[in-house]
Design a protein around this ligand. Structure first.
Ligand code: HEC
Ligand code: HEC
Ligand code: HEC
Ligand code: HEC
Ligand code: HEC
Length: 234
């Protein structure tokens, strides 16, 4: 504490000394010290702001929600013929998305393996004819237009490019909901800054769509272009 008080006092002395008067040895170094402490406080302040903005705020921003029950892709991929048995394109080219109950019913009229998750599924959903209210990790805001056919059929992209390894997983990952917007964490990703993003699927916000479109030479749908908005928005 005392050094700060001395610094202030000395720099006040330095400020009121007559112009042109010879400087004492000690006065020469004080302004440097004062400047140093301004830089130090700036760096500490910046670090606090970044920790709040990038770590504390995002942690408070999301609340974890349960899926109705767990589902293993790994178990089912061995039992059916590829992803498209469940995630298929309809005859009109639209994508069916998450499978509806009728796709599961033939195998799950009765409990097959006896896990608690399967019992929940069979007793609460199949027997009551209730659709499973799955939480969709990749769900975009209603104003966004996205077509699987353009990407998977036309541009021949893999599911994994945009969704990561969900299709091979043994267990559904936690669903994290943004408490302000209600959107899934998968839209903005784990790191809001986006600085340490390694895979395309780690986030799928406006820039992520546009970056890939730019790379693919689709300048007409880069979101900074004024007339591009209605390529991805409806
Ligand atoms: C037996 C049916 C079945 C098969 C086969 C299947 N899935 Fe799924 N898939 C599901 C169900 C049910 C969900 C719903 C879980 C959720 O996301 O809430 C799901 C969810 C997904 C999701 C997450 C969608 C989202 O954003 O929430 C992706 C991605 C996915 N599956 C990819 C694949 C891939 C890739 C394959 C093939 C390797 C595959 N699936 C095979 C039934 C299946
Ligand atoms: C081709 C038949 C078949 C289809 C189609 C199928 N299942 Fe299954 N499912 C099984 C079998 C067999 C098991 C038992 C595996 C075990 O426990 O060894 C199982 C296990 C499960 C389990 C418990 C294990 C786990 O995944 O966590 C759940 C939950 C489940 N199925 C849900 C579904 C849902 C939801 C659908 C529709 C999207 C579906 N199944 C479609 C055959 C099928
Ligand atoms: C170019 C990126 C991209 C590719 C490739 C892609 N998806 Fe998606 N997927 C998305 C986006 C974005 C959404 C959210 C769409 C929305 O909310 O309108 C989505 C949504 C989904 C959903 C949830 C749909 C629903 O019911 O709401 C499933 C399931 C899914 N994708 C599975 C797949 C599978 C399986 C493949 C591979 C055959 C695949 N996706 C390829 C980006 C992609
Ligand atoms: C990893 C690359 C990639 C990502 C990520 C991606 N796209 Fe695309 N998208 C493409 C490519 C390539 C095409 C061109 C397909 C074709 O017509 O051959 C395309 C086409 C489209 C089209 C059709 C436009 C047209 O002019 O034909 C729309 C709409 C679109 N994307 C929206 C989106 C949205 C919204 C997102 C983010 C949620 C997204 N895309 C993410 C690569 C990507
Ligand atoms: C390449 C596809 C793409 C283009 C082009 C694009 N957007 Fe978006 N936009 C998205 C996606 C995906 C989201 C949702 C994810 C997010 O919040 O970043 C979004 C979100 C938004 C939102 C926030 C809406 C909400 O409910 O959170 C606004 C506002 C918006 N866009 C405006 C624009 C405007 C204005 C343009 C034209 C200058 C534009 N967008 C062009 C893909 C696009």
């Amino acid at each position: 504490m005392s050094t700060i008080e001395e610094n202030t006092k000395d720099s006040v002395d330095a400020a009121v000394k007559e112009p042109g008067a010879p400087e004492k040895e000690s006065e020469k170094i004080e302004p440097g010290l004062a400047q140093g402490s301004i830089i130090v406080s700036f760096v500490i302040g910046l670090a606090i702001a970044l920790i709040i903005g990038w770590i504390v705020f995002p942690a408070l921003l999301y609340s974890e929600k349960e899926q109705p029950f767990d589902f293993s892709h790994e178990v089912h991929n061995d039992l059916v013929d590829g992803c498209e048995s469940c995630h298929y394109f309809r005859d009109d080219g639209t994508f069916a998305g998450v499978p509806k109950l009728w796709l599961c019913r033939d195998c799950h009229e009765e409990v097959q393996g006896g896990t608690a998750d399967e019992e929940t599924f069979v007793y609460e959903y199949v027997w009551n004819d209730r659709e499973v209210p799955w939480r969709i990790y990749s769900k975009q805001p209603d104003c966004v237009f996205f077509s699987h056919a353009a990407h998977v059929v036309k541009a021949e992209m893999d599911c994994e490019t945009c969704h990561g390894p969900i299709g091979e997983s043994d267990s559904l990952k936690p669903y994290e909901e943004n408490v302000i917007t209600g959107y899934s964490r998968d839209i903005w990703g784990k790191s809001i800054s986006g600085l340490n993003k390694k895979h395309i699927w780690e986030s799928m916000k406006m820039d992520d769509c546009a970056d890939c479109h730019k790379e693919a030479g689709m300048e007409s749908s880069v979101q900074t272009k004024k007339d591009a908005c209605f390529v991805c928005h409806k």
